[in-house]
Ligand binder design. Structure first.
Ligand SMILES: *Cc1c(COP(=O)(O)O)cnc(C)c1O
Length: 461
């Protein structure tokens, strides 16, 4: 029995009286240090008991106590929401926060966060203004819409639009567009939440205008088109065009609404642009601020003036309202689009359009820096990535990446990279750890090199 060793575990108060711990108290405060010491001593007790069970030899309860307490204190101090380095090659990685903002948007967020602003204040009259005024005109100009309203996110935008325009009535949707976006956002359920009734038409692969037409009754509020942002329907398929839906809606005095999802303003990637959707005559269109637009998380609603006004007056509009930091970032991002320098200034667009040659050069440069590290087998290889964030599902992002084979094994290497002070998130492909540099920001490559060098140093010679 090791009761002797358990007895050697010191008392918390005795530890706190030691000189080196008194210094920690000065930095972290008595309560925090006491708690950390208790945790460390608890761990020690657990370790002795575990070792006893495994019949292992002499642990030394006093060594490393200070270091362990320092680590615990450091971990407690650390923010839970932390910067990571995105080596996955997915520019819109949802779990990593979708896209970084443009410098101009960051500056606007800082301005709005730091002090007071004209959030809802009219400088001319000194009276109350609308927070929507900062982006309404910009959105109308950029999209060609009559009016616009922004809310917290696109899921909220869809819910709000349906609640305001279709409550207790029917919404007609193609069976091919009853999509799930992720988490609990599924179109049938959102329609239900909005207080409307879903009227499904057509089939999974083919829905014609006549299917919508047959479903229209006195009960119909709207024909809803949902962009299949995160999957592809290919092969024997058919869908009603926007023009057909708009014409039908007009004839039958119902609304034509589209949830565009990604909402790009650029005619790239074969995605429908917001401008295209607006000019097709749809009554209301919703899209995300932080997908292909490359701005902050936001839900953007554009459309006919009388409808936008109706939506803005719904109680949910207040519940889903956009906050000032998001609004600042959104206005700054939209201004970049208006001034025409978005291609260079919006990080997402630079990442998506990064030339393959540039990616190859970046990968080769990194490989050269880490190629000689002990035990690492490094190779530059062509890679095929995705946009992520439920956008452009069929779009391959062709690029180059650095593939690593290490004696640690892939899972362990990935794990160790994630455990860094600034975690590095890499991808596993074909039995190798892949570092894709498409989404690696300036200055981060050096951090990657440093991380790999310190991991290599751990590998036995
Ligand atoms: C992404 C998406 C949403 C949800 O948008 P968020 O901005 O993530 O809330 C809704 N509908 C479609 C079609 C989407 O692609």
């Amino acid at each position: 029995m090791n009761t002797q060793r358990l007895r050697e575990i010191p008392q918390v108060d005795e530890v706190l009286r030691r000189g080196e711990f008194a210094e920690l108290v000065a930095t972290y405060g008595r309560v925090g240090v006491r708690e950390a010491v208790q945790n460390a001593l608890e761990e020690m007790r657990g370790a002795i008991l575990a070792e006893e069970a495994a019949a292992l030899a002499t642990p030394q309860p006093h060594t490393g106590l200070l270091a362990r307490v320092q680590t615990i204190l450091g971990e407690k101090r650390q923010m839970s929401l932390r910067r990571v380095i995105n080596c996955t090659g997915l520019p819109l990685h949802t779990n990593l926060g979708r896209a970084p903002l443009a410098e101009e948007a960051i500056a606007a967020v800082v301005m709005a966060a730091k002090g007071y602003s004209t959030l809802e204040y009219e400088l001319d009259t000194g009276e109350r203004g609308s927070r929507q005024s900062h982006v309404r005109a910009l959105l109308c100009e950029l999209t060609g819409a009559e009016d616009a309203l922004v809310v917290n996110n696109n899921a909220g935008a869809v819910l709000l639009v349906l609640s305001a325009l279709a409550k207790e009535r029917e919404v007609v949707v193609s069976r091919g567009e009853l999509v799930e976006i992720g988490g609990a956002f599924r179109i049938p359920e959102v329609i239900l939440q909005g207080g409307a009734r879903l009227r499904e038409v057509g089939t999974t692969n083919k829905t014609y205008a006549r299917d919508y037409e047959r479903a229209i009754t006195e009960q119909t509020a709207a024909l809803l088109k949902v962009h299949t942002s995160n999957f592809l329907v290919t092969g024997f398929t058919a869908a009603a065009s926007r023009a057909e839906l708009v014409a039908l809606a007009k004839t039958h005095h119902v609304l034509a609404i589209e949830d565009l999802g990604s909402g790009t303003m650029l005619p790239l990637w074969g995605e429908p642009t917001v401008q295209e959707a607006v000019s097709s005559g749809l009554d209301v269109i919703t899209f995300s601020g932080d997908k292909l637009l490359g701005g902050p998380q936001a839900g953007i609603i554009v459309g006919k003036k009388h409808l936008i006004e109706l939506i803005a007056r719904h109680p949910l509009a207040r519940a889903l309202r956009i906050d000032k930091l998001t609004l600042a970032a959104l206005e700054a991002t939209l201004r970049l689009y208006r001034h025409g320098d978005y291609l260079e200034r919006v990080p997402l667009l630079s990442m998506l359009r990064m030339p393959v040659d540039e990616l190859r050069e970046k990968a080769e440069a990194l490989a050269a820096q880490i190629g000689n590290l002990r035990g690492m087998q490094v190779q530059v290889m062509a890679s095929s990535g995705q946009v992520g964030g439920g956008s452009l599902p069929g779009q391959e992002l062709l690029g180059w990446a650095v593939a690593i084979l290490s004696p640690l094994g892939c899972m362990e290497l990935l794990h160790k990279l994630r455990q860094r002070a600034v975690p590095i998130i890499a991808r596993l492909e074909k039995g190798r750890v892949l570092l894709d540099l498409r989404c690696v920001l300036p200055g981060e490559k050096e951090e990657i090199v440093e991380a790999l060098a310190s991991l290599a140093a751990e590998v036995p010679a």
